[in-house]
Design a protein around this ligand. Structure first.
Ligand code: V07
Length: 254
């Protein structure tokens, strides 16, 4: 018999599992929010309708992360590969940060959320940069959930740019070859002051990393679901958290 704990204890009670009942919650959860286009297609809607629906699920997921006492939530919002999509889709996607913040920033501030990004920020359009920079500034002293958006992010690019910076600093005699170790390289990544993710979630049935956090996910638990991102909800999230809890319990038992 599979030992799968239900989100609801029993149909009769229909009492959701309390946040306090989850132990060993991952401190840092990273999510590849896939399946927005497919969700729209299934409804005969344009792809951008899926992105919009996905945006609202981001806000719901932030609330869940707070409820379940997660410290860091890293969301893959825009990859360096996304530039090759049709121009109107790219433009729509890159307007979403501003739209999201217009609607939700006051609430995020109220909830003590700090907003950060990883990725090639400078190459983003001004309308994206300005809105996100404003939000970072407004939330920089908050010490609740760290909401970290991967924006124009690509892991190989990140590692390459780290290597280039390391070589420059080596040229400037800041350290010797012997001092180049994992810790030093980590300090040159976008994630330099972030702990590595404990749990990676990818929606929509794809089971690959798609150039996301290749270095940082070395020891991370992976969790995949066929659910499309706009359908992601508390029940699915709790299932992922419980699977993580069970894996870490087994791991701890050895
Ligand atoms: C985007 C919605 C979620 C599904 C995946 C693709 C579409 C929220 C943001 C965002 C980013 C930075 C920020 C505030 C909000 C976002 C993009 C796409 C590019 F500071 N959702 N979302 N950014 N989607």
């Amino acid at each position: 018999m599979p030992m799968k704990l239900p989100f609801f204890r029993s149909k009769k009670e229909a009492q959701p599992i309390q946040a306090e009942e989850l132990t060993n919650v991952p401190e840092h959860v990273a999510i590849i929010m896939d399946g927005n286009g497919r969700w729209a297609k299934q409804r005969g809607l344009p792809r951008i309708a899926g992105h919009k629906a996905g945006m609202d699920v981001v806000k719901e997921t932030v609330e869940l992360a707070i409820k379940y006492k997660i410290n860091v939530l890293t969301l893959f919002a825009f990859s360096t590969e996304n530039w090759s999509r049709p121009k109107h889709e790219v433009e729509y996607l890159l307007r979403l940060p501003k739209e999201f913040l217009h609607i939700y920033l006051p609430d995020l501030i109220k909830n003590n959320v700090r907003i950060e990004t990883i990725g090639d920020f400078d190459s983003l359009p001004n309308y994206t940069k300005e809105a996100v920079q404003y939000a970072k500034e407004k939330t920089k002293n908050n010490d609740g959930l760290l909401l970290n958006f991967a924006l124009n992010y690509g892991s190989r690019k990140e590692i390459l740019s780290a290597i280039k910076s390391i070589m420059k600093d080596f040229d400037d005699e800041k350290f010797s070859v012997e001092q180049v170790d994992e810790n030093l390289l980590s300090q040159y990544l976008y994630t330099h002051d972030l702990q590595d993710p404990d749990l990676l979630i990818r929606t929509s049935g794809e089971q690959r990393l798609s150039n996301f956090l290749l270095w940082q996910l070395a020891y991370t638990e992976f969790w995949f679901t066929d659910i499309l991102w706009p359908d992601f909800n508390e029940e699915i999230f709790v299932e992922a958290l419980m699977d993580y809890q069970n894996r870490s319990r087994r791991f701890g038992g050895i």
